[in-house]
Design a protein around this ligand. Structure first.
Ligand code: DGY
Length: 319
């Protein structure tokens, strides 16, 4: 019997899709733009596995469209908020993601956002591009120092730790809030209130779950220093964007560096945070290097092949 797999994209980097095609019939969404639910449902019937990206909704209806043959959903992403985990659990479907392979690359981008937001690099570069450089003035383009600052990491898993290691090179004090991570030689564990009050830079590294949705809202922003920077490379929904916009516009916060948004992708209907002078906004590029994106697809494919062969998946979602 032919094994069928569904890939939500036909144009994945690396050799992962070719490896899958050697083992099974792979049906991929090859249309322009993001696949709609109906597009994927039409390709799904009889699938044993689904390979999806972190933004593709994999809900109960798609699982039902695949039918009882569906055994594994492999995400080429660390985040997993796009999957209906309860529906997968009910049907006995293994769900996997790709931790590890993207941690260092995402930590690099986190640091780029920290530096860009604190030193106002986007605004300064845009000003020069408009031809605004007639005189060196002592008061132009002033930012805030990164070296020696206190970095507060909300979530101290692989990416948070990789950011903390980079911070050591900048002589920063590092603190973290994570119920599952104690003190270590790099960072001290503190409560969220302490972190928000003491950090010059608050960087978010938690997955989006029911517990973390709008973890940073009006109260938390008010608890931060007015000179602080908020950075997120995790998921947009962790921040209440309305509260953030209001805090930035009131001057209650120095700046924000955001790679992720509540509504993604945005198309031409941009979030009002994009274009705010003290916000540096990027289109979800945390893991976007050739090597890392190929490694993510490879790990997702390994997970599918393991499950098809009756082996435990390498990186199933935690409990
Ligand atoms: C991830 O891996 O979670 C990245 O944000 C891409 O989805």
């Amino acid at each position: 019997m032919t094994i069928r797999l569904l890939s939500t994209r036909a144009d994945l980097p690396g050799s992962g899709l070719r490896r899958l095609a050697a083992e099974a019939e792979v049906r991929s969404w090859a249309g322009a733009g993001r696949p709609g639910h109906g597009d994927l449902a039409a390709l799904a019937p009889g699938s044993t596995g689904i390979l999806a990206l972190g933004n593709d909704p994999v809900d109960a209806a798609l699982m039902a469209a695949a039918g009882p043959s569906l055994r594994v959903i492999a995400l080429a992403s660390m985040g997993f908020d796009n999957v209906d985990r309860a529906a997968a659990r009910e049907r006995g479907i293994v769900v996997t993601h790709t931790p590890g392979v993207l941690a260092e690359t995402t930590a690099d981008l986190t640091f780029a956002l920290i530096l860009a937001a604190r030193r106002r690099i986007g605004a300064a570069a845009a000003s020069l591009a408009r031809g605004n450089w007639d005189l060196f003035r002592m008061h132009d383009h002033l930012g805030l120092d990164v070296h020696g600052a206190t970095l507060g990491l909300v979530g101290y898993g692989q990416i948070g730790r990789a950011v903390a290691r980079r911070a050591q090179g900048f002589g920063m004090r590092v603190i973290h809030h994570d119920p599952y991570a104690a003190d270590d030689p790099v960072s001290a564990s503190v409560g969220l209130e302490t972190l928000l009050a003491e950090a010059d830079i608050v960087s978010l590294h938690v997955p989006l779950t029911a517990e973390t949705r709008h973890l940073i809202s009006h109260r938390e922003l008010a608890a931060m220093k007015p000179t602080a920077t908020l950075v997120s490379t995790s998921r947009g929904g962790v921040i209440d964007e309305t509260a953030l916009l209001e805090a930035i516009r009131r001057g209650a916060l120095h700046s924000a560096g955001l790679d992720v948004f509540e509504r993604e992708p945005m198309g031409a209907d941009l979030s009002p945070l994009v274009g705010e002078p003290n916000v540096i906004a990027l289109p979800h590029i945390g893991s976007a290097t050739d090597a890392t994106r190929a490694a993510m697809v490879d790990l997702a494919v390994d997970n599918i092949l393991d499950v098809l062969a009756g082996r435990p998946a390498r990186t199933p979602l935690p409990g």
